[in-house]
Design a protein around this ligand. Structure first.
Ligand code: GLU
Length: 405
């Protein structure tokens, strides 16, 4: 670059443009069911992107604290899956859309099982699965689990917690119903209390993006390198976010944004682009469905501009073979013994070398294997040169690479 002008990241440049384009929009209402949320500053508006290698791009008020509210739900569900496994957790909470409002007392009439972990009933059931012999121990455990996602210690907004507790009669009713059906095994008052504390965890927009990026990175926090969730549960958590994370806006959201997400009544939205990045947006002005108006707008714009929709699959299977050639086409400068020369020269046309590149997953490994199978009869040796391979998942390894040994 000439002179003193410093190059600015096009991502940051775009975020700043987007932020100032939307900053003046003041449609929507802040949540008013408790005074603490009603007092939120309408002008607060932050956008943060966190990549899976820990790069942060921020615009606006990314460090203003707010309570996590419903955005906590996927993280409690994730913790339950990690500690108890899917088979046990699904006895207590399903993964189906409820068709009801997030705070409806919607339990399966026969089993009492909540439809999914993103409605309050399913969230309270997940929260109760926190490890710990006492509610206090469960709280400590929960805070430690959440902090691993955020990559820093988190605290609780006591005033919000007390208001939630003192006015949350519907959530109390849900907890008692869950206890009635045996979905909650502990004291329902203590478990709903833990849920209120969970909703009152303080975060900022940057935390949201890092929590999302931790899911995007397969459960590993990109800032601390600490694993928050085993990879095997990451897709499960994102699935429930994808189907029921955005209140009654899931269909339109999947269509126009196409990222597993979770929103909360305090105005946060967290969205994940698996394998790439996490998005956090904060603006307390909500639409009639309870989603942040500016948050929705930002996610729509970001998805469109950067082509983030998860069904736009970026991988091309064609590029997996960097080069492929027969043994006859290569020579070596290495000094060899007469015996080695004889051994190598005879079958050289029956040797095939595949220089592979990128990620070996089902789709890319299948392309290579198909090619090999089609010429297998004419070969004695197949050499897979993996020097340019950046990753190999277990499916590719067990079904393809392992068989070639
Ligand atoms: N504390 C709220 C409740 O449980 C959370 C609402 C939300 O963010 O959806 O009712």
């Amino acid at each position: 670059m000439e002179g003193d002008s410093k190059m600015i990241s096009p991502v940051l440049e775009y975020l700043e443009r987007l932020h100032s384009k939307i900053a003046d929009q003041l449609e929507g209402e802040v949540a008013t069911y408790i005074p603490e949320l009603a007092r939120a500053d309408k002008s607060h508006f932050g956008i943060c992107l966190a990549t899976i290698d820990g790069q942060l791009y921020e615009a606006g008020d990314t460090l203003k604290p707010f309570t996590i509210q419903s955005i906590s739900k996927p993280f409690s569900y994730a913790t339950a899956l990690a500690d108890h496994g899917y088979a046990n957790v699904c006895q207590k909470v399903g993964v189906e859309l409820s068709g009801d409002a997030f705070n409806a007392v919607s339990l399966d009439p026969k089993t009492g099982r909540p439809a999914n972990p993103m409605i309050n009933a399913g969230a309270i059931a997940s929260t109760a699965l926190m490890l710990g012999d006492t509610p206090a121990a469960k709280l400590v455990y929960m805070m430690a689990a959440y902090s691993k996602y955020a990559g820093c210690p988190l605290t609780i907004d006591e005033a919000v917690y007390i208001s939630e507790r003192d006015t949350g009669f519907r959530n109390h009713a849900i907890a008692f119903m869950l206890r009635n059906f045996g979905i909650l095994e502990d004291d329902p008052v203590a478990m709903v209390d833990l849920y209120f504390r969970q909703c009152s965890v303080l975060i900022d927009c940057r935390d949201l993006a890092v929590m999302a990026a931790t899911l995007a990175a397969g459960g590993n926090n990109p800032l601390t390198g600490i694993r928050a969730l085993d990879e095997e549960h990451v897709a499960s958590v994102q699935s429930v976010m994808g189907s029921c994370g955005i209140y009654d806006y899931a269909g339109e959201w999947t269509y126009s944004v196409g990222l597993p997400s979770k929103s909360g009544v305090s105005g946060g939205i967290l969205a994940v682009l698996p394998g790439y990045l996490g998005i956090g947006v904060y603006s307390p002005l909500l639409d009639a469905r309870g989603n942040s108006v500016r948050g929705i707008e930002v996610c729509k714009e970001l998805s469109k501009y950067f082509g983030l929709h998860m069904f736009n699959v970026p991988h091309s299977t064609r590029a997996v073979v960097h080069r492929s050639y027969s043994g006859r086409e290569v020579s070596s400068n290495r000094q060899r013994t007469a015996e080695e020369i004889e051994h190598l020269s005879l079958p050289s046309k029956r040797i095939r070398i595949y220089e592979l590149q990128g990620e070996l997953v089902f789709g890319t490994a299948e392309v290579v294997m198909r090619d090999i199978l089609s010429i297998e009869d004419s070969l004695d040796y197949i050499i897979l040169d993996m020097e340019r391979v950046t990753g190999l998942n277990s499916i590719a390894y067990e079904n393809y690479a392992e068989r070639m040994r």
